[in-house]
Design a protein around this ligand. Structure first.
Ligand code: HEC
Ligand code: HEC
Length: 264
């Protein structure tokens, strides 16, 4: 009996979120015991995320949509001139990234793929990593996959990069001599300097982070966690963070893309 009541409440919640975003509903924030960072946020922060009118990340989605339609570069193209309606052509893409790329002989994430479109197909300059423009366009593209379960490819040519990412995740570093899992596997739900520790999943990125008063990428978050351990961070977009991103995306497999998530 209590089970069916919970089901009714969950269905009602999913319905209002879907109506607000006009995108597919998020069926569950927990998949096979893996819990989205959303579930570690306060009621207020969750409500902010779920309301498309109040979610501060929706500004980035709007800005990204404008950039999607903007003609730039020597070729006279916009993203839209080739890909047309992002709701159709970009649906599900973010859930598969990062991927192995033949040309690079390495991994490419969504940010780098978007920049490659600008340089190879548009004759435009790449956006700097973490620029407002790259964050906005990445947020817009990822938002098209809202509700799609993360499912990255870790076999074949991606396998060695996956292992590299796993090693990064498991290596102790910094003056505090901690690995990622010391916080995100052992202590989710516990407080750390005013933050409730989550499981460290990446399904909400780019996120609007209140601490930053801005959007931030997955790599900025890795940099922030590294720095808070007083460990030397790697450059955003580096091979090290790409490998880590692949491992962490796999670790959260099945969790729905929530972009733009709101985090403390
Ligand atoms: C001249 C046509 C053209 C333009 C302009 C263009 N793209 Fe693409 N895009 C492609 C083609 C072709 C592919 C598939 C082959 C590849 O990845 O190179 C692709 C692939 C992609 C992918 C990867 C899809 C997947 O399934 O992995 C993304 C994401 C993407 N484009 C986003 C963008 C964005 C954002 C812009 C604007 C900044 C843009 N594209 C501009 C032609 C274009
Ligand atoms: C000393 C504890 C600590 C360690 C070690 C640590 N982090 Fe974090 N991490 C945090 C805190 C605090 C936050 C913000 C609250 C939260 O979501 O956990 C955070 C947030 C995150 C998030 C955002 C989660 C979300 O839902 O938006 C990701 C992703 C993440 N960390 C990944 C990592 C990775 C990868 C490593 C290893 C390189 C790492 N963290 C190491 C403390 C840590």
């Amino acid at each position: 009996m209590s089970g069916s009541r919970i089901a009714v409440i969950a269905a009602a919640g999913a319905f209002s979120a879907a109506a607000a975003f006009g995108a597919d509903e998020i069926a569950s924030y927990e998949v096979e015991g893996r819990r989205s960072g959303f579930l570690y946020m306060t009621e207020e922060t969750r409500a902010l995320q779920e309301d498309a009118f109040l979610n501060p990340g929706m500004f980035a989605v709007e800005e990204g949509e404008a950039l999607w339609n903007l003609v730039e570069g020597d070729e006279g193209e916009s993203c839209a001139s080739c890909h047309e309606d992002a709701a159709e052509t970009m649906r599900g893409v973010a859930a598969r990234y990062p991927v192995f790329d033949e040309k690079r002989g390495g991994l490419v994430n969504l940010e780098l793929r978007i920049n490659e479109m600008r340089t190879s197909y548009m004759g435009a300059e790449p956006y700097p990593y973490e620029s407002d423009e790259l964050l906005a366009l990445t947020t817009y593209v990822a938002n098209q996959s809202r509700g799609v379960p993360m499912a990255v490819e870790i076999d074949g040519p991606a396998a060695p990069f996956f292992e590299q990412g796993r090693t990064f995740y498991e290596t102790r570093r910094g003056q505090l001599d901690l690995a990622c899992g010391h916080c995100h596997d052992r202590h989710p739900g516990d407080m750390l300097r005013g933050d409730v520790l989550s499981e460290g999943h990446v399904n909400g990125f780019p996120i609007f982070r209140m601490l930053w008063s801005s959007m931030g990428s997955r790599h900025r978050m890795f940099e922030w966690c590294n720095t808070s351990l007083r460990a030397e961070p790697y450059p955003l977009g580096s091979e090290e963070y790409l490998a880590l991103e692949l491992y962490v995306a796999w670790r959260g497999r099945g969790l729905p893309i929530e972009t733009p998530a709101v985090r403390r």
